[in-house]
Design a protein around this ligand. Sequence first.
Ligand SMILES: [Zn+2]
Length: 54
Amino acid sequence: MIYEYHCRKCQEVFSVQMSLAEHDRGDLICPRCQSRDVDQRMTGFFAQTPRKAA
Ligand SMILES: [Zn+2]
């Protein structure tokens, strides 16, 4: 899985490839400023689910 993050401190946007277990730990820092103040961004995975035509 590839997750995309946005650093609130330096505004860096970066992608990180990691397992679901690693993601669940939430142990992530910005590669640019080493801050932990990062937000996960929507990567589009959820939007790609096909809808059923009721
Ligand atoms: Zn940063």
